[in-house]
Design a protein around this ligand. Structure first.
Ligand SMILES: Cc1ncc(COP(=O)(O)O)c(C=O)c1O
Length: 365
């Protein structure tokens, strides 16, 4: 008999009680305003900024467009090179390509799994225009070192903080670092609006441009200022976000507790390695690094037989996708991406399930 009767997936959305979402939806129905930067989107932007401790949020319809708008708002020289990480979700790279830039991958730090600041400088050319790091699995990058490299070479920095809701660096929200930061409010993220994203900049000019870009390029005078797009968050999405936001502190605390439990149970096996995390990491994922891909495949298959669906995240290292035309080899990212597996971790996952999954992993190794 499998260890679990029902399938356990790598994640499940963290959802407020439906009645609380409905209370917000009633406001939408009463106002008849479904979109166009309505009152709930504005409230979501204010409340989320207050919760996370940064100045301003621009809510958009997903985390991919958030990156695209961030790049556009910086007015970077067309066709320039952007140094980024190969250990990320495809959206980081496809956004760079969609905006007409060339992604250049610098390898990662094998412990933090973030872009290694020491590997950036060797890749800077006269075509480099920006650096685009990712706070991988909610573990903050070495922002100080990255920002120092950027300053030395006159480059812009865009942080893909899709995983980093609730994360701080040196006591400040990670969203306050770089020229601009972006996040995702996708259903799988700590705070979800079903689909959604956010753009954050302390530069009022960048903030203004992102607001215009998400709304077809219109400025406050209803003149078209920029070539924009439609990246608006709807009122229905904001309603879901506002209801979920009330639970966000509990959700983060719950993740951290389950992360620590997994880690203490799995630490029994010295062949397993874990991401080196900063105390402010939001523990939104639980990645385990095995000694080989063969071990990972064996564990993954054994879990599946017990109805547990872990996920190879991030796999493969994005620099190896042939169609993307990225030529740099990134041996550390390529190696780790073959050996890393994310175990189920979500709000409604019972603690007993964490214990059972850890047992299954240890037995399968
Ligand atoms: C690192 C990273 N960047 C960007 C995105 C894109 O976010 P979205 O799915 O909201 O478009 C994701 C989504 O999972 C991600 O993991």
């Amino acid at each position: 008999m499998p260890a679990f009767e029902k399938n356990i997936y790598v994640t499940m959305p963290a959802l407020a009680p439906l009645a609380e979402v409905n209370a917000y939806l009633e406001k939408v129905w009463a106002s008849g305003i479904m979109t166009h930067n309505g009152p709930l989107v504005q409230q979501f932007e204010r409340d989320f900024s207050a919760w996370s401790g940064h100045e301003k949020s621009v809510a958009v319809n997903n985390g991919t467009l958030a990156i695209q708008l961030a790049l556009r708002a910086l007015d970077l020289p067309a066709g320039g090179e952007i140094i980024t990480t190969p250990f990320t979700f495809i959206a980081t790279i496809s956004s760079i390509l969609y905006e007409g830039f060339k992604p250049v991958c610098a390898d990662i730090d094998p412990e933090t799994l973030n872009l290694d600041p020491a590997k950036i400088e060797a890749l800077i050319t006269d075509k480099t225009v920006a650096i685009l790091p990712v706070h991988v699995f909610g573990n903050p990058c070495d922002c100080e070192a990255i920002d120092a490299v950027a300053k030395r070479h006159g480059l812009k920095v865009v942080y893909d903080a899709a995983h980093a809701v609730g994360v701080t660096y040196k006591g400040k929200s990670v969203f306050t670092y770089g020229d601009v930061s972006t996040t995702s409010f996708h259903a799988t993220k700590l705070l979800n609006t079903s689909e959604g994203g956010g753009v954050f900049s302390t530069d009022p000019e960048v903030d203004r441009k992102v607001r215009e870009l998400r709304f077809f390029g219109y400025n406050a005078e209803k003149d078209v200022d920029l070539v924009g797009t439609n990246a608006k968050m709807t009122e229905v999405n904001a309603a879901i976000g506002l209801a979920n936001l009330r639970y966000l502190s509990h959700i983060v605390a719950d993740r951290k507790a389950k992360y620590c439990l997994y880690r203490s149970l799995l630490a029994q096996n010295p062949t397993l390695a874990f991401q080196k995390i900063d105390p402010s990491c939001n523990c939104s994922y639980f990645p385990v690094i095995f000694d080989s891909e063969a071990t990972l495949l064996r564990v993954e298959a054994a879990l599946r037989r017990d109805h547990v669906f872990a996920r190879r995240y991030f796999y493969p290292s994005v620099n190896t996708y042939a169609k993307l035309g990225i030529t740099n080899a990134c041996p550390i990212s390529e190696d780790i991406s073959k050996r890393i597996l994310c175990l189920p971790l979500y709000w409604t996952l019972p603690e007993e399930a964490v214990r059972k999954i850890a047992e299954l992993v240890l037995a399968a190794i």
